[in-house]
Design a protein around this ligand. Structure first.
Ligand SMILES: Nc1ncnc2c1ncn2[C@@H]1O[C@H](COP(=O)(O)OP(=O)(O)OP(=O)(O)O)[C@@H](O)[C@H]1O
Length: 235
């Protein structure tokens, strides 16, 4: 099943495009990595694929089965979530519980099932013992894990992570990639992850979308595995 496809997409922020005539399809039920150097437009590509940005020209088509209000039903962990300041008042468990709010309603009470889901999500990122700590007291890598637990508690069909391993030590990173692999393989979900550490992540990924600059030819988009892509004029 195709999750999202783009055809002849051109997009930029100023007068010059940063994505120039890109056609790409991504499939559901995969662990997908988007990689490339700083400024290669990884985050921009991600936002276009998810319907969060509108292209200048070309089309982006989202699978209707997993959209809500014209956008994909996703859990999104943006870049630099670790910037909660030291005064951030919420406890860890409150932040992760808030991942369940959309289904709970504003004044709802948490069911046993939801509490179990919150506990499971915190245990999956090894942060259950920190549940009563204030967010502002945690280290950068710990805050990152809490934000991932919050996204897991939403049980999204599509989990989108923008450089999630930033600030995690090497042991935590490999544990995290295994967790994401399991989420895809055993629960049939899709994970899309922007990553700088391709050597580390490649063994876990089904598909790699790589944005690379080529001498004289500008940016190229290379896709390995089951996705298909065409890039550049005349594609
Ligand atoms: N809101 C914005 N306004 C203007 N220019 C932007 C904006 N967001 C990104 N850009 C520019 O678009 C280009 C691609 O940015 P993008 O954030 O998509 O790259 P990236 O590959 O995710 O980079 P990084 O690895 O550094 O996070 C860059 O040249 C950047 O300066």
């Amino acid at each position: 099943m195709i999750l999202s496809s783009m055809k002849d997409v051109v997009f930029g922020y100023g007068s010059e495009p940063v994505i120039d005539n890109l056609s790409l399809e991504i499939e559901a039920g995969q662990f997908i990595g988007i990689t490339g150097p700083n400024g290669a437009a990884k985050t921009t590509l991600l936002k276009l694929l998810l319907g969060l940005l509108r292209p200048w020209s070309g089309t982006v088509t989202l699978n209707k089965e997993i959209t809500e209000g014209g956008k994909l039903a996703i859990g999104y962990v943006p870049q630099q979530v670790a910037s909660f300041n030291a005064g951030f008042p919420s406890k860890v468990i409150e932040l992760v519980r808030s991942g369940c709010y959309p289904r709970l309603g504003w004044f709802g009470r948490f069911t046993k099932e939801q509490e179990e889901l919150v506990e499971r999500s915190l245990r999956q990122v090894d942060m259950w013992e920190y549940r009563n700590r204030r967010i502002g007291e945690l280290s950068g890598g710990q805050k990152q894990r809490i934000c991932i637990a919050r996204a897991l508690a939403q049980q999204p069909q599509v989990l989108v992570l923008d450089e999630p391993a930033t600030g995690m030590d090497i042991g935590s990173r490999s544990g995290f990639y295994k967790l994401m692999r399991h989420y895809v393989s055993n629960h049939g979900r899709t994970v899309i992850m922007v990553t700088h550490g391709l050597e580390e992540t490649r063994p876990y990924l089904d598909t790699v979308i790589s944005l690379e600059r080529e001498e004289q030819e500008g940016w190229k988009c290379l896709v390995t595995n089951s996705c298909s892509a065409h890039f550049g004029p005349g594609a």
